[in-house]
Design a protein around this ligand. Structure first.
Ligand code: C2E
Ligand code: MG
Ligand code: MG
Length: 641
């Protein structure tokens, strides 16, 4: 009886196409992807072995050894297909760690496939699963049913697993998995009834294809640009980890100057750059033989999720990336400096819920320590409670007068002296210690307390300028930040003018900083505020230039005396194209009669570079950090010529 191979050929084609898709889409990283790859590979091999074995059967010749080998290989691979499929479901529900804990569960998974393997080996001597009779005909033995029993066992196990963990999977995925299993079961029944028609392999390929499209869902899970997992998958995965209370370690990486790099390289090169970064991560994990899920959850936002057994590898890994990215990244002859903030989080020990983890991820960018930090360190700085209690912290600070204004000296390259300073607000809470303005300013903007805070800053700065201590310092003016929300306040301009007059401050002694966001607003209140203050003689600076999408026409139409280049410009290393852009940017700003302040300068090289470019002012840790008023006075006095 000749067997019909058409279905097997079709199955082989489906499997090979699937393999191509997986490889082209770079769906080979992460545990789930790898197990799925195993499923497809075993399915392909099973199919190939089946075709070869049946070809020998159909040849009508004896070929005892060949038939024994290929039928045994088919049986072995067949046994593994259902085993890997069950493994895939376990990975999908992220419950492997339960098996690691329980010997009984492990036995329940491994024992059936091992028994089957033993039976396949024994079959060479006993011939009880199948044998080749004296005519060379392949005949199934009484124990062949074991293959079906084991496959049915794994299928049932998979079924019940999906059912038990259905809350971890969305309905679409659950239904698709059930449907995938149903296709296999129906085909197995058809195969039993019509042994000549080999639909078995075809059904398995179709159900794998189905799972690929409906469960793996490359569009949804894989970032096409890097081949890494996407935000949605990260979200689901950490949800499951917290639900299962699974101990894991997450390395959170945030490239804080990702936007600037994007602007500099342009879309296409930025994609390649991102890919080069992710390739470095993958390569390192591979070389260290560490199995991990790597996600790209936003521009310059990466997450590496390690299982508990790799926990001790997390610090050296994080250090490796931190050191590697401190050196300029050579890309297509361009040298790009990456500002990476890296934090290691152990869950659930350090963080036991998803929203705190996400919050922590959002905050890593605000810490520029240059070192890898742990979640506990980061938490100490930005305790979740700080965020929760922020409104109360701000109210208490206002009531108890806990705000303090620090001053960061600004160096004039032309005059070779510190001619001005930026006023930066500090909040020291009784319970939480120093709270970053990056946290409390946005919170105050939301609640509206920014108006009170703004008044406090303006009052303090004006009182300082009006004081005797100030007059001898040789500081021409102080820069004060205005948040976009403040600029929307109706009586902002009269309030500021009033504060200045009360403290006998001259308009040229104050310089107000606004960001591009505020400058981009076309609201009449903002325009009115700016022009009233401008007419009164107060100057304006455009803060954080380069972090948003600059509307140069709009900027040119506003009365800015100065442009403050964001610190991300400083981090970018020289390369011919970038230098041309920067040179022209400087030229353009100058031709608009505006002066340039470079922010975030931390070393001498940068001072030299921006001096050469013709920038007028430098602000940054290279000269001094923001200082409390008295220290600022001592600093300026000690640096006075
Ligand atoms: P900003 O106005 O761009 O202030 C510059 C920030 O860069 C300050 O952070 C300063 O400490 C930091 N910085 C200065 N030099 C360096 C350097 O060399 N390296 C690095 N890595 N950083 C440097 P800070 O004080 O944490 O303030 C953050 C932001 O909070 C400010 O950004 C500003 O937008 C806002 N802010 C601070 N004080 C006030 C305020 O009184 N009113 C308003 N509305 N916003 C404020
Ligand atoms: Mg500023
Ligand atoms: Mg700034």
């Amino acid at each position: 009886m000749e067997k019909l191979l058409y279905f097997d050929y079709a199955a082989l084609i489906v499997d090979i196409v699937l393999l191509f898709c997986i490889i082209l889409r770079r769906m080979v990283h992460g545990k789930m992807n790898r197990i799925f790859l195993f499923v497809v590979c075993t399915s392909t091999f099973t199919c190939a072995m089946d075709i070869i074995a049946v070809q020998y059967d159909n040849s009508g010749m004896y070929y005892l050894t060949e038939k024994m080998i290929f039928h045994s290989a088919y049986l072995t691979m067949r046994a593994f297909t259902s085993f890997f499929l069950l493994n895939y479901i376990i990975a999908l529900t992220d419950t492997w760690f339960r098996f690691e804990k329980s010997m009984i569960k492990r036995t329940a998974i491994y024992l059936p496939v091992l028994i089957l393997l033993a039976m396949i080996i024994a079959n060479f001597f006993a011939g009880n699963m199948f044998y080749i009779d004296s005519n060379g005909t392949y005949t199934r033995g009484s124990s062949f049913i074991a293959l079906y029993i084991v496959s049915a066992y794994y299928a049932l196990y998979g079924f019940s697993k999906i059912f038990r963990e259905r809350r971890m999977l969305d309905t679409g995925k659950t239904i698709s998995l059930y449907a995938g299993f149903m296709i296999i079961v129906v085909a197995a029944i058809v195969q039993l009834i019509f042994p000549r028609v080999l639909v078995d392999m075809f059904s398995s390929s179709i159900s794998t294809l189905f799972i690929f499209m409906m469960v793996q869902r490359p569009e949804e899970n894989i970032d096409g640009e890097t081949g890494l997992l996407r935000l949605g998958t990260y979200d689901n995965d950490i949800n499951r980890s917290f639900h299962n209370k699974k101990p894991e370690t997450i390395i959170m990486i945030k490239i804080t100057n990702a936007d600037t790099i994007n602007n500099m390289l342009g879309y296409r090169d930025n994609v390649k750059f991102k890919r080069a970064l992710s390739d470095q991560i993958i390569k390192k994990l591979k070389s260290e033989k560490i199995s991990a899920d790597v996600y790209c959850i936003g521009p310059g936002d990466f997450r590496i999720k390690l299982e508990r057994r790799f926990r001790k590898h997390a610090p050296p890994l994080a250090e490796y990336f931190n050191n590697k990215w401190k050196q300029p990244f050579e890309y297509k002859g361009i040298s790009v400096n990456v500002l990476a903030c890296i934090c290691i989080v152990n869950i659930p020990d350090e963080i036991d819920n998803k929203s705190s983890l996400i919050l922590l991820g959002d905050m890593i960018g605000s810490i520029h320590s240059g070192n890898v930090i742990t979640a506990s360190e980061l938490k100490n700085r930005i305790d979740n409670n700080v965020v929760r209690d922020m409104d109360m912290i701000i109210e208490t600070a206002i009531a108890e007068d806990r705000f303090e204004v620090y001053y960061q000296p600004i160096y004039s390259l032309k005059e070779k002296r510190f001619n001005s300073a930026e006023a930066l607000l500090r909040l020291k809470d009784k319970k939480y210690g120093f709270v970053s303005p990056e946290l409390f300013i946005p919170a105050a903007e939301k609640t509206g307390s920014i108006h009170k805070i703004g008044n406090i800053v303006m009052e303090t700065v004006c009182r300082f300028i009006g004081s005797d201590e100030f007059s001898g310092l040789g500081i021409d003016y102080l820069e004060v930040n205005l948040s976009p929300v403040q600029c929307l306040e109706n009586d902002l301009a009269p309030n500021i003018i009033d504060t200045m007059e009360r403290n006998k401050v001259l308009p040229e002694q104050i310089n107000l900083e606004i960001t591009e966001t505020a400058a981009d607003e076309l609201q009449s209140t903002i325009i009115e505020n700016i022009s009233t203050l401008h007419n009164a003689g107060v100057a304006f600076s455009l803060d954080d230039f380069g972090t948003g999408y600059s509307n140069m026409t709009r900027i040119a139409s506003l009365p800015f005396r100065m442009i403050k280049l964001d610190r991300s410009f400083v981090a970018l290393k020289d390369n011919p194209n970038y230098s041309i852009v920067l040179e022209n940017l400087v030229k353009m700003i100058k031709s608009l009669n505006m002066k340039i302040v470079v922010e975030g300068v931390e070393n001498e090289d940068a001072v030299y570079k921006f001096t050469e470019l013709g920038c007028e002012f430098i602000q940054g840790y290279y000269y001094s950090r923001p200082l409390p008023k008295n220290e600022f006075i001592s600093f300026i006095r000690s640096h006075a010529k």
